[in-house]
Design a binder for this molecule. Structure first.
Ligand code: APR
Length: 165
């Protein structure tokens, strides 16, 4: 499995990326950050489907269609709120693992993640990026060939790139 880090907007990725991961919240009804960007780009149909998903626990993940995005799927995962989650590292690890497992089951070959929890949920970037890279590298994939981490800013990009090296 190839792991890449890119700098860009996850909602602008092409159809060669079959699934993108959304850093959502428990109600799955949209929000700010990447969640807001994905809902805006996918369109109102996404919210309609998310209303039927019954929410999502921190550390868990649920799949929806991608609507106006070029992907086949959006995998919504809820990261740990760093300062209130009793075990943020474990919850964050689970977000990456569950998202990869769902993508694998769907036969996805290329998946892109944002930097989960390092925005509004205030997970320290250094630790979060280590957990992300280690979990992705330890994952034994069946179908997934490429995992992309799509950083939205230069600082995040550099930290993930360093961890990958
Ligand atoms: N493409 C890629 N990454 C993005 C984009 C985008 N278009 N927009 C934001 N990001 C980055 C942020 O810069 C940050 O590095 O995604 C990372 C995660 O930040 P948040 O989106 O704030 O997500 P998170 O910290 O997991 O907090 C989730 O925020 O938006 C709400 O509804 C969401 O309550 C949930 C919480």
């Amino acid at each position: 499995m190839i792991v890449e880090v890119i700098l860009g907007d996850i909602t602008k990725l092409g159809s060669e990326v079959e699934a993108i991961v959304n850093a959502a919240n428990e109600d799955l009804l949209g929000g700010g950050g990447v969640d807001g960007a994905i809902h805006r780009a996918a369109g109102p149909e996404l919210l309609k489907e998310c209303c039927t998903l019954g929410g999502c626990e921190p550390g868990d993940a649920k799949v929806s269609k991608a609507y106006n995005l070029k992907q086949k799927y959006i995998i919504h995962t809820v990261g740990p709120r760093y300062y209130s989650n009793p075990n943020p590292a474990e919850t964050l690890r689970s977000c990456y693992q569950k998202s990869l497992q769902i993508a694998d089951k769907l036969g996805v070959k290329t998946i892109a993640f944002p930097s989960i929890s390092t925005g509004v949920f205030r997970y320290p970037l250094e630790e979060a990026s280590s957990i992300a890279i280690n979990t992705i590298k330890q994952y034994k994939s069946k179908n997934i060939e490429t995992v992309i981490i799509c950083a939205f800013d230069e600082k995040t990009y550099k930290v993930y790139l360093d961890k990958l090296r």
